[in-house]
Design a protein around this ligand. Structure first.
Ligand code: FAD
Ligand code: NAP
Length: 324
């Protein structure tokens, strides 16, 4: 039977943003509920080594970090729900989300932390070699290619920025694009073309990623988009940089988003245009897209939600306190 779950702070998403909001919200007495979605723990659960999350001298594993974050959130009083939100109603005094299970979740405040997913090419070998040479995040994995040759696929700002970033680590960076011109900003293109470590391969699409005998990436099989000619490009690493898709389908027509679907928040805050509704992490950030920035935004959302509710209760003359 469908149940209605009520909370002072409803959090949609269980990545670093959602769980950090939960930790702060729980400690402030908000008794948060986190609806986990299809990827409990978020994007870090599909990676291995994480070396840039502060607090750990040695390399840690993404799934382990997220288990610890969840355990911490539960330890301070968060309720975790195995459900996926399929609809939201943001028009009332409380915010109502409908779960795939049929359950309803009612929050006095709402933190949207549904993240974003890298777009993949969808060609053979890509998923099999993910974490074994194929990646969608140069900031996360570039370090592992020190002194090696890497390929970046794409022609937008992300691809060019990733290629430039990778020159900090790799000895050779090859940008492979399906057309013969980039769509990225001119200033980035100028930097790319001037860089001695970067070369470009035009009019080629990736047909498949090929593994070597050690089970890691060995090469990319390419097809010329004009002549159909096939070729192989040897590489130690390949970074797919063809864009990200924020998980904002639920909020279309209900919250403002930019033309690529990212939720728009007040600059420097996680506040959406609806008081009491916050967006934190990759769902509203197409620039930084890191676990630490998502966690920081989750913290900010919880602090803002707590203040919003305290003020609302105060205005309503309710003596109950929400305290940090
Ligand atoms: P996500 O982690 O994307 O979490 C989104 C959450 O929302 C998920 O739990 C999902 O189930 C939930 N959700 C979505 N839709 C719904 C719904 N309808 N109902 C309920 N729940 C929903 N960053 C680093 O700092 N260091 C790294 O080393 C690093 N490595 C990475 C490696 C890989 C392969 C990838 C893909 C990313 C990596 N990142 C890394 C980036 C980092 O993972 C993200 O920036 C971070 O996870 C964003 O956190 P988030 O909480 O905003 O969203
Ligand atoms: P994008 O601008 O949409 O570019 C995606 C690139 O990937 C395009 O070059 C596209 O090729 C290519 N591509 C898409 N699907 C492909 C496929 N299946 N196979 C091969 N190539 C494929 O995405 P983005 O670069 O991630 O940028 C997204 C938004 O964020 C943009 O608005 C961008 O300006 C912004 N952004 C800004 C900054 C910055 O300001 N510094 C940094 C990063 C991103 P085509 O060109 O042929 O379509």
């Amino acid at each position: 039977m469908a149940t209605t779950h009520k909370t002072r702070m409803l959090i949609i998403g269980s990545g670093p943003a959602g769980l950090s909001a939960a930790i702060y919200g729980a400690r402030a007495g908000m008794e948060p509920i986190v609806v986990q979605g299809l990827q409990p723990g978020g994007q870090l659960t599909i990676t291995t080594d994480v070396e840039n999350y502060p607090g750990f001298r040695e390399v840690i594993q993404g799934p382990w970090l997220m288990q610890e974050m969840q355990a911490q959130a539960e330890h301070v009083g968060t309720r975790m729900m195995w459900d996926t939100i399929t609809n939201v109603d943001l028009s009332g005094d409380t915010f109502v989300a409908t779960g795939d299970s049929g359950d309803l979740y009612e929050g006095d405040t709402l933190v949207i932390a549904t993240g974003a997913q890298a777009k993949w090419l969808g060609v053979p070998g890509e998923q099999e070699l993910s974490g074994k040479g194929v990646s969608a995040c140069a900031t996360c994995d570039g370090f592992f290619y020190r002194g090696k040759k890497v390929v970046v696929i794409g022609g937008g700002n992300t691809a060019v920025e990733e290629a430039l970033y990778l020159t900090n680590h790799a000895t050779e960076v090859v940008l492979v694009h399906r057309r013969d011109s980039l769509r990225s900003e001119k200033i980035l293109q100028d930097r790319l073309f001037a860089h001695p470590k970067i070369t470009t391969v035009w009019n080629k699409k990736v047909d498949r990623f090929l593994a070597g005998e050690n089970g890691a990436l060995r090469a990319l099989a390419l097809i010329d988009t004009e002549t159909g000619e096939q070729s192989e490009l040897l590489a130690d690493g390949a970074f797919v940089a063809i864009g990200h898709a924020p998980a904002t389908e639920l909020f279309k027509g209900k919250l403002a988003m930019d033309d690529t679907g990212y939720l728009i928040v007040e600059a420097g805050t996680p506040k959406t245009e609806i008081p009491g509704v916050y967006a934190a992490g990759d769902v509203s950030d197409h620039v930084y897209r890191q676990a630490i920035t998502a966690a920081g935004a989750g913290c900010m959302a919880a602090l803002d939600a707590e203040r919003y509710l305290a003020e609302k209760l105060h205005l309503a003359g309710i003596t109950e306190t929400v305290q940090g």
